[in-house]
Design a protein around this ligand. Sequence first.
Ligand code: SER
Length: 885
Amino acid sequence: MTSQKIRQQFLDFFNAKGHLIVPSAPIVLKDDPTLMFSNSGMTQFKDYFLGYKEPKAPRIADTQKCLRVSGKHNDLDDVGRDTYHHTMFEMLGNWSFGDYFKKEAIDYAWELLTEVYKIPKENLYVTIFEGDATENLGRDQDAYNFWKAHIDESRIINGNKKDNFWEMGESGPCGPCSEIHVDLRSEEEKAAVNALELVNNDHPQVVEIWNLVFMEFNRKADGSLEKLPAQHVDTGMGFERLCMALQGKKSNYDTDVFTPLIAKVEEVSGKKYTGVLEDEKDIAIRVLVDHIRAVSFAIADGQLPSNGGAGYVIRRILRRAISYSYRFLGMTEPFLYQLVAVLKNEMGNFFPEMEKQEKLVTEVIREEETSFLKTIEHGLKRIDLIINETLSRNEKTLPGAEVFELYDTYGFPADLSRIIAEEKGLTVDEPGFDEEMTKQKQRSRKSSAQKVHDWVILEEKQEAFVGYDLTETETYITRYRKVENKDGEFYQIVLAKSPFYPEGGGQVGDKGILIPSYTEGFDISNPSLTDVTSCADLIEVLETKKENNLIVSLIKELPKDAGAVFYAKVNTSERKNTQANHSVTHLLHEALREVLGTHVEQKGSNVGPDYLRFDFSHFSKMSEEEIALVEEKVNSKIKENISLEEFRDIPIAEAMEKGAMALFGEKYGDSVRMIQFGTSRELCGGTHVSNTSEIGHFKIQSESSTAAGIRRIEAISGDRSAEYFRNLETQVKQISALLKTKDLTKAVEKLLEENAGLKSEVESYKKEKAKGETANWKNDFTVAGDKKLLVKKVSMDAASVKDIVFQLKKETEDALIVIISDAGEKPMITVGVSQNLERKYHAGNIVKDLAREIQGGGGGNPGFATAGGKDMSGLERAYEKALAL
Ligand code: SER
């Protein structure tokens, strides 16, 4: 059965059991501070479990693109070295949100595996949670009883908290789980060792395929467990492992999920994949075909490789692949990018983002390969050096700090250093390496870390964002919590009704104020009558962000009565400029597509009160004409006075039909908001001007490249644009006044011409002068033993001194010349030695010695040397010292 069919059968099975089938969420998470990537199928449903959001349906099923390369679940170092771990993998899952629980979850799983997929029952084993005294949790007797109906008790195994209590991260929804393992060994192997001994023991053919989690708890920030309001089911089945089981293979890499990619690597590299576990070349091929999937899907979902955060994780994965292919397949030219087309052919049907983003993904990977290949050679040389130094010290362990530096500075994968060390019979000092890693994590944590306390909930309430319609409103706090970070202690609050826009979709979050109703002289029913902006009770809203489904505003101190009614007011002058920039971003997007072509797609944006930044896919630098044309188009739209048409909560299908632009990697619900200005239609959650005329004027300030295939425009509008032109005008006026003309171009051209003429005049004058000086200085030589000595203090620039000294050296035998000069602000010493004396006197050494007096350094060859210094007052001492020579 092909992998495509296996996936479809899973979805069909659960659809028939009343589950809504939904698409995979993007692999990269945008508004979850606790997690960078989807690390399991349940990530996108976290809010449903926690009760923050109503589920779309009580039963859902899907396949989710997952990445386990950071945080609690990290498999990166194992990938390639075994046959069943991956960076990116698909997780097939079915969910019940407060609907069915353990019995149905177990019955469905058994039915699908044994009756639809027809896995022989005798090959299946299950585990259940044995309980944990420290958590005060008993054995999962219910799960045991439900399994007993299907499977012999001898094949139901007790598992501890590590294996059978599933948690998404340090905090969040969790619960006991029950895993299904499959034994894929041959009959002889089965007879030799009982599978019961191999379950959960890292045996490549006795593997877990499905995990059924019974979500009952929420792990709080303080580490305690809290019972969730309802009981849920979250299951996750490893798609690639299921394919291995159903296709009768012994390795995930032998299934059709990977074989087309492997075939391409074989074709391009000329190396054959033999499937051997320890073979370096085979490890490398497994690494490549695994990593290319992770990197490609992340890029297609909008996460470009970069130097920080999620982008850095992606860059590291790609670099690990490049290093392996360079070292073990001898691939010194970029070639991984060629695998993207294969991936698209295999997966584009089911994952349209791969189809649509193929060109961009290919270009980005090619560019990353090109630049990393330039430095990898360096990394390999460096590890050889570290190895040789270790050997020369008669040691067998490479210093952890040095291996870490290589990893950290050159992006050279640590596991590759280990392999190379092993080849020479050496090991890496792992504790030393870990220590450096910990230190570095602490360093970065220090700058970004914050300690977040648990929420204090005043009222369980779904909050409402009212900021599309109102910038001020009466409201109250429904929950708050303390956060501590490097800047001090703050409080985060959630309001029952919030007019504050939470940072998102590229737009900055709102700032503003909260006026407590208990403020003296403040009548909340008539807020505009009182000016309270400077009263002591006023609370400043410093920023507003979204966390999962909550709108969280940051304040410095908790109000003295947190339960009071407040009047919330957005800082409207910032908001106005921000929304001018946001609306003009939409017009810019449309204009770029008209001028450059429809391959232009938004790849990121940052819209604030002062400027806007817009990243988009395009493969070459924009010409001046193109930039001018785009500006012109945007400005003419602004002048057309187009009114905003806002469609709130319309079905996504309707919006797409109307021609709305959607962004890849964004998670859209079933109902969306569409923002329309004439022909520009975008799915967007931001705030906007009500008429394009409010934007004022649009001005592009720069166009540059941020990554392969991605261009960036920085621009201004509204008040900032007016300021920009005002400043420009002032400057022009000032220059005009200085030059006493209105024709600046002509005047500056004239100035430049004059300047060039003067420069060359000065040069020839200096040369003349130097010639004259040479003759004069010649008379100053004194004979001292075997040499003619000239020690002189002058006030002359370095180039002239050099000219004269060279001239003198050429014309005079036996000469030793020391010139002490204060060229401009810098003390300077120049030493020249005639060629015939060079064996006796070394100009470089003499200059070094004298330079100490002027706190300087320098050097040169035996015949000529100079040194600059910092201490003018030392010139006299240097002169005396030179005379004493
Ligand atoms: N969340 C569980 C897991 O990832 C089941 O989906 O294993």
